[in-house]
Design a protein around this ligand. Sequence first.
Ligand code: B12
Ligand code: SF4
Ligand code: SF4
Length: 308
Amino acid sequence: MRQKLLAQLEEQGYKGRIVSAEHLPELQEGIEGHRSQCLFDEELYQEYLTGFEFNRPDSVPKAKSLIVVAIPQPSTRITFRWNGEPVPVLVPPTYLHWEETDKRVEDVLAEALAPAGCRVAQARLPKKLLAVRGGLGHYGRNNISYVPGLGSFHRLAAFYSDLPYPEDNWQEQQMLEKCQTCSACLRVCPTGAITSERFLIRAERCITFHNEKSGDVPFPSWISPSSHNCLVGCLHCQRVCPENKDVVQWIEDGEELSEEETAQLLEGLPLDRLPAAMADKLQRADLSGLVDILPRNLGILLARVRED
Ligand code: B12
Ligand code: SF4
Ligand code: SF4
């Protein structure tokens, strides 16, 4: 059953690992251990790290296993017309259509497990830690997970299941071998979030922490405007990584927004006040959830284009 499940994931282009749910306390310790050593910025901890659920869910109260799945994903190029020019802007992997993606993986698992009478439920767990300890991948120095054949260009999804799993691939967390002789990500990170003082990144310095914030929060002055490089998130430390050489140019073309639409986005109008056709386009592209942050994030990229 376990081998068949993994093969069914592979058929869809995903890679998965199954570990015993007995490891839940170790996953919790992976977060709380750092917290007790005061290694997290408090605001970051409250915003991102308090939502994990380390108890089995009501829908699978006797969950015996955890399944972690890597789904290969490209960057997406969105083109904004501005000052008569097309301005291509990237959205990194993992940001778009993530709800459908996770649901699709859940459906594959549910279908595969149903004949054995086993259930599955999405899990709110630290997914990189689960992937690395489950033997699916390794940590890069940039703290992102790398899966053989996929580099870091993948989304991670985690699930509880009552599929029994007496033996598992649980292991110590490992760094990519390549990182022993490389520090390209550390050198390229424009905000010093990756440091040589410790492995855990200073996530409060990561551009992504700041450009995912609600649109009314301005960027801190210590982030140079020239450091911004994506509509949301950041690609500097993934783009420079030799382990990503086969995926870094994997870019899919997304929507194009006209000069007028771009101007309307920069005005910061909420979705329900935008013309219906434009709202549809944003929804199709799964950009509607980003409307709030676009005036700030897109504004800083377009201001640079104007200067160039
Ligand atoms: C909080 C969070 C953020 C925060 C904090 C980032 C961070 N590194 O913690 C912010 C907003 C900054 C962020 C940014 C990004 N994120 Co994010 N984020 C998350 C989230 C919600 C939790 C991550 C977490 O658990 N952090 C807590 C720390 C403690 O855990 P950790 O990062 O795994 O750190 C471990 C190592 O440092 C290790 N460790 C410590 N010492 C040592 C020593 C050695 C030798 C080794 C090997 C390991 C090791 O211990 C820690 C765990 O105990 C997950 C979703 C989820 N549910 O898991 C997505 C997630 C991790 N993010 C994701 C992505 C894609 C990103 C970005 C790449 C997006 C982008 N393009 O900008 C950036 C990358 C920034 C970076 N360099 O890490 C993906 C990662 C996919 C992948 N391939 O790894 C996830 C899994 C979302 C998803 N569903 O796919 N993110
Ligand atoms: S850029 Fe170099 S140091 Fe950073 S994750 Fe990739 S291989 Fe490791
Ligand atoms: S995502 Fe950008 S800011 Fe964050 S660690 Fe990587 S290079 Fe630095």
